[in-house]
Design a protein around this ligand. Structure first.
Ligand code: M6R
Length: 655
């Protein structure tokens, strides 16, 4: 085995100099920091609790106490455990962290904060790509490492820089930053300067919440809404200096872009949160956030439609003032998204090409960003993202932006972001924005975000059709009337829950499940399979039913349930013959139909009627519901951690 392994991709090299070193890639971690006149320990822990939904495998807190000593506590359990361990630790400056690792062991030594010299403490969200060479440099300078993380390299480097030239924390951080390659959001404190925290953003979101006699930092301002509704978002390469009575933000060149004591002259504006915080902490009588969020869909869909419709006509301006003009010019749509959001984009392709004849390409962002796509001149790029912070999608948009600039306006490209988060990275990249009104989604498995994205995309299809005169007023009116009925129809699909629970008892005993659909039901089948594997850990695959005989049929046996989505549409006849293929091989079918599908019930074909007379637009929305409920109840029966499934995080903010 070669000692050196060189991995190359388009934008960076990762050198693994020693294969015994555990490469720790930290994703989606949560950061909270505070500097205040009062004791900040309870605030840090309350903030961490609110970030728990993102998923994590360890947590930690570091506080500079009254004697100017750093006290640090870590846990491999939940934040609740940290709460018990911090008893008696008080101070006015501190940082805290929930860590989620994809590689490397979730052991306490790898948990954040990382401490050096009993003086510096640092929390970090992101990846230091050149950490191996930097680590070697630090070791050569006499540093002794106590973790396998890339994060510790940053704090060791800052320490070496400080010691060498007797620098302040600010100067040492400034000198360290150019040496780091990768993406990070971080906060660092120095026990010898207990009034100040330095925070830096590069590729990983950070916001500063403002208070009176206190200021805070977090990777998601939602974490601190209980204490401050006013915040400022750091832009890429910004560095912030937080003290209890001031916040100064500098850009990469050291120019002040925000000063809390001179907000009039500041380039950045203070955002006052409009998000409803109430639902974040409460499960509202449900056992899991996911279950609550599934049941919130009628309301979320109705609210997403609100303000977009007048007198059964779509207001195209709900996509932005320029929308009608931009939509009238484009010749093609390129969807960029990940996971569940990608599935909603796939549904859009069927709608858009079928109903208004505008070609649509749909690609997962992690692929789009690493190839050189050949894109035509008049394209609308649509980024779909619940969080608005998904790193792959953001990077893909950055590439689009760069190419757009290079073309000096000659390629007529525009970006539309569809997101559930108003103040997010993807929203800031966009020319046009549509905000879904799903409300805060806590469960890692996306539910109401998906159905509200479908609503947004159905409106986009209508808006494009209108702007290009490809949709008659009558059809527009019919579609809008249909959309208005969706909240009620979704509610009746939710009312089938008892039947789904019965089915869940069967599926929960399976090792594996297959999902089949045709047309728009194919992405819905993909979404159903993703939900099931994500929270129940049952292996699940989805196929377009017509593909069965090209391979997947080999998987059909008595043990593997085949879950079929069978609305009464043009493809039903074709689907029925696919079901024959399954039955004749001894497969067990569990089908969701609409009442007019009239599937024949047999010993091996179990059918649940979900709806009646569903239209082209409402169909994918309605058939999503039983699949969400199915995965939820299977996971509940299996006793998995539904809201924070293993190995997953809510918002994938780093590659
Ligand atoms: O926030 P985004 O919509 O950009 O997130 C994309 C995916 O990470 C996300 O949809 C993921 O697939 C969900 N956990 C699925 O339930």
């Amino acid at each position: 085995m070669p000692k050196e392994l060189l991995l190359k991709n388009k934008s960076f090299y990762v050198i693994l100099t020693n294969l015994t070193v555990i490469l720790t890639v930290i994703f989606m971690c949560g950061i909270v920091g505070a500097v205040s006149e009062r004791n900040i320990t309870p605030i840090l822990l309350a903030g961490l609790t609110r970030l728990e939904y993102r998923g994590y495998d360890s947590a930690g807190v570091a506080v500079i106490n009254k004697e100017q000593n750093l006290e640090c506590v870590k846990t491999l359990n939940k934040v609740k455990d940290l709460n018990e361990k911090v008893t008696g630790i008080e101070g006015n400056l501190g940082i805290a962290h929930t860590r989620w690792a994809t590689h490397g062991l979730p052991v306490e030594s790898n948990a954040h904060p990382h401490i050096v010299n009993n003086r510096l403490a640092l929390v970090h969200n992101g990846i230091v790509e050149n950490y191996s060479e930097l680590k070697q440099f630090c070791i050569n300078q006499g540093a002794i490492f106590s973790s396998d993380t890339d994060t510790e390299v940053i704090v060791q480097l800052i320490n070496i820089t400080m010691q060498k030239d007797n620098l302040t924390l600010y100067d040492a951080v400034r000198q360290t930053l150019p040496k780091l390659k990768g993406a990070y959001g971080m906060a660092v404190i120095d026990a010898e300067n207990p009034d100040e925290m330095i925070a830096v953003r590069q590729g990983s979101p950070l916001t500063i919440s403002l208070g009176f006699g206190e200021n805070f930092i977090s990777s998601d301002p939602m974490a601190l809404l209980f204490i401050s509704q006013q915040y400022v978002v750091l832009e890429e390469n910004d560095l912030a200096i937080l003290r209890k009575d001031s916040v100064v933000i500098e850009n990469s060149k050291g120019k002040v872009v925000f000063d809390s004591n001179d907000t009039q002259k500041s380039k950045y504006k203070i955002i006052t949160s409009t998000q409803d915080d109430a639902g974040v902490t409460s499960k509202g009588g449900y056992r899991h956030f996911m279950h609550k969020e599934i049941h919130e869909q009628p309301k979320a869909i109705a609210e997403t439609l609100e303000g977009c419709i007048s007198d059964n006509r779509l207001l195209v301006e709900c996509f932005g003032q320029e929308a009608a003009f931009i939509f009238s010019k484009i010749k093609r749509v390129q969807i960029i998204a990940c996971g569940t959001s990608y599935h909603s984009g796939m549904v859009f392709r069927y709608w858009c090409e079928d109903i208004i004849g505008i070609p649509v390409d749909v690609e997962v962002a992690s692929e789009f960003r690493y190839r050189n796509p050949a894109i035509e001149k008049d394209v609308l790029f649509v980024a779909i993202s619940q969080s608005g912070e998904t790193a792959d999608t953001a990077e893909a948009l950055k590439i689009v932006e760069k190419l757009k600039k290079q073309a000096e306006g000659k390629n007529h490209w525009s970006i539309l972001t569809i997101s559930n988060k108003a103040e997010s990275t993807l929203v800031r990249y966009a020319d046009l924005v549509f905000l879904t009104r799903a409300g805060f989604e806590v469960g890692v498995a996306s539910t109401k975000a998906f159905t509200t994205q479908l609503v947004a995309l159905s409106l986009l299809m209508i808006a494009l059709g209108k702007s290009q005169k490809r949709l008659s007023e009558t059809v527009e009116k019919r579609m809008i009337q249909g959309l208005r009925k969706v909240p009620k129809l979704v509610q009746s699909a939710l009312d089938q829950e008892e039947q789904i629970i019965e089915l869940s008892n069967i599926i929960a005993n399976s090792q594996s499940a297959l999902f089949l659909g045709r047309g728009t039901m194919y992405p819905i089948a993909l979404e159903g399979a993703l939900k099931l594997k994500e929270i129940s850990y049952i292996h699940a695959e989805a196929f377009p039913a017509g593909e069965l005989k090209h391979g997947p049929l080999a998987l059909v046996d008595e043990e593997t349930p085949v879950i079929v989505i069978a609305p009464n549409n043009d493809l039903l006849i074709k689907l029925k013959s696919n079901l024959e293929e399954v039955s004749s091989r001894g497969g067990k079918i569990y089908a969701f139909e609409d009442k007019n599908s009239k599937l024949t019930r047999t010993k091996s074909v179990n059918v649940i009627s979900v709806a009646e007379n569903v239209g082209r637009i409402s169909c994918p929305l309605l058939f999503t519901i039983p699949l969400q409920l199915l995965s939820y109840h299977v996971a509940r029966i299996k006793g998995t951690d539904i809201d924070q499934p293993r190995n997953l995080a809510k918002s994938v903010t780093v590659e």
